[in-house]
Ligand binder design. Structure first.
Ligand code: IMP
Ligand code: MG
Length: 183
């Protein structure tokens, strides 16, 4: 109980990076563009858990098309704010995506390893097309060439939390995006 209390009190120092209105406006814009690009199609939004959850649920409601949602889980053995090593996927191979127009939905692209690993796996399932939408991108962090079809915001190499994004599984419920600052 004592340990939990201490743990509860630990607040990560952050400052506001993107407020709720700014995010909502951008999500609407992305939805509009996706709606027009996929007219007459029934796309499958493939969310990358867990960081996608808030973005995906907002985005799907501003896409004015019939669509389906599916999820894959990705773990990159990230400890806290540092990224190291391989990406382990869960659930991708069993989703029926043959002949479908797949739109991978990611909260933030950092090195690009996660999204590239998923892209490779999904292509094996013979979809009609695969594109990527990410709310946030850290272009200076990319470790290989990477085409992001739809992008909300390009940000610096800061670590960010909120709107689905976590630090050690917390802060996903912040309705805005904050930039972690050194304390
Ligand atoms: P990548 O494989 O290096 O592109 O990392 C992508 C994954 O790392 C995302 O799906 C997030 O889970 C996590 N990630 C990267 N940057 C951040 C951040 O600033 N805040 C929270 N999670 C992040
Ligand atoms: Mg994480």
């Amino acid at each position: 109980m004592g340990a939990l209390k201490e743990d509860k009190a630990r607040i990560l120092p952050f400052e506001l990076l993107l407020d709720q209105n700014t995010i909502a406006r951008k999500v609407k814009e992305l939805g509009k563009q996706i709606t027009s690009d996929y007219t007459h199609e029934v796309p499958v939004l493939l969310g990358v858990l867990k960081g996608c959850v808030v973005f995906l649920t907002d985005l799907m409601r501003v896409i004015k098309l019939p669509l389906e949602i599916e999820f894959v889980s990705a773990a990159s053995y990230r400890k806290g704010m540092r990224n190291s090593g391989d990406v382990v996927l869960g659930g991708a191979s069993t989703i029926p995506l043959k002949g479908r127009h797949v739109l991978i939905v990611e909260g933030v692209v950092d090195t690009g390893r996660t999204v590239l690993t998923i892209l490779k796996e999904i292509k094996k399932l013979e979809p009609a097309s695969v594109k990527i939408v990410t709310l946030l991108d850290k272009p200076a962090s990319h470790q290989s060439r990477l085409q992001l079809d739809y992008k909300g915001f390009s940000i610096g190499n800061d670590f960010v939390i909120g709107y689905g994004l976590d630090n050690t599984q917390r802060y996903r419920n912040l309705p805005f995006i904050g930039r972690v600052v050194d304390s």
